[in-house]
Design a protein around this ligand. Structure first.
Ligand code: PHE
Length: 315
């Protein structure tokens, strides 16, 4: 029996052998049934035999299990010297990355970040911004209209209206978000992003505006000094209105943002007394600033979701 146990090489056979010995009709079971008829010596012998056999089965079972585990491990063959599979790490989208930079700077100046709805009503996108119905300035922006007269926000200026209405003055905020216009080429996308600053208090002047804008550009583009050029412009919601250009790499003037002193009508529309308060607003294309900083040339790439491009987007 001992030899038979030793020669068994798998658990199923061992189980069968065990049953043939200890099962209901097993040889040992039969012998044990006769126990009462045996004398003391024979009983002791039988008990020993019983214990020894059970132990032999137990040991053999452990051996077979161990052997099977080793065989399995061999099959799996772990090579600890193999280099790991390349790990695909995500990167921040260049817009997200630039927003972190932009908001860090503006917040350090005391501006608070605001957002607002992308589907805007006429009041917040146009009328409160001193652009009543039939105002020719509505044609400056090719607007997507909803059937109910709402619009896809054409400018983050809508957020400044909401901020003034709900927060009141004094206020120092910047609105960020997606904006929509019917236009599409390498530098225009029907959906793009704007960031807009607003500072209204009792003694705010154009020099405050220029100071903040210059300092902002200097920090964002990491320049020791920044040269800007101011041109008169027109926006219905600012008076006077200006456009700010920046000297790029010492040679090219680039149009960077629109700005101006908040029009008294806009303040009044938000329940603010324009004889008591005044302020400035500036707005720029967030995508455009990111493109300049990271040296990208096609705005549409921001929205393609091409991971290879995003990985190499330059920051
Ligand atoms: N909203 C203007 C635009 O979209 C930009 C702007 C913002 C101009 C704030 C002046 C002040 O062109």
């Amino acid at each position: 029996m001992e030899k038979q146990i030793q020669e068994t090489t798998n658990l199923a056979d061992l189980q069968a052998l065990y049953t043939s010995v200890f099962g209901k009709n097993g040889t040992m079971t039969a012998k044990l049934r006769q126990m009462a008829t045996l004398d003391n010596d024979a009983r002791a012998k039988l008990n020993n035999e019983n214990t020894r056999l059970r132990e032999l089965f137990r040991v053999r079972q452990a051996e077979i299990e161990n052997a099977e585990m080793m065989a399995n491990l061999k099959k799996q063959k772990l090579d600890a010297t193999l280099s790991p599979l390349p790990e695909n790490r995500g990167t921040l989208h260049p817009l997200t990355h630039s927003l972190h930079e932009i908001s860090t700077i503006l917040e350090s100046f005391g501006y608070t970040m605001w957002t607002g709805p992308e589907i805007e009503d006429d009041w917040h996108n146009f009328t409160a911004l001193n652009t009543p119905a039939h105002h020719p300035a509505r044609d400056m922006q090719d607007t997507f209209f909803m059937p109910n007269g709402n619009v896809l926000r054409t400018q983050t200026s809508a957020i400044q209206i909401r901020a003034m209405e709900t927060h009141g003055v004094p206020i120092k905020m910047f609105g960020i978000g997606s904006t929509y216009r019917k236009e599409m080429d390498a530098t225009h996308s029907p959906m793009f992003h704007q960031i807009e600053g607003l500072y209204v208090d009792k003694n705010i002047t154009m020099s405050d505006l220029i100071g903040d804008v210059k300092e902002f550009l200097k920090r964002f583009f990491e320049m020791d000094d920044v040269k800007i050029r101011i041109r008169p412009s027109y926006f219905p919601f600012t008076e006077p209105s200006i456009e700010i250009d920046m000297l790029w790499q010492g040679k090219k003037w680039l149009e960077i943002m629109g700005a101006g002193m908040v029009h008294p009508n806009v303040l009044a529309n938000c329940g603010i007394n324009p004889n008591e308060y005044q302020g400035f607003a500036f707005g720029f294309g967030w995508d455009r600033l990111a493109m300049l900083k990271y040296n990208l040339n096609d705005i549409r790439k921001f929205y393609d979701g091409d991971v290879r491009w995003l990985k190499n987007a330059g920051f």
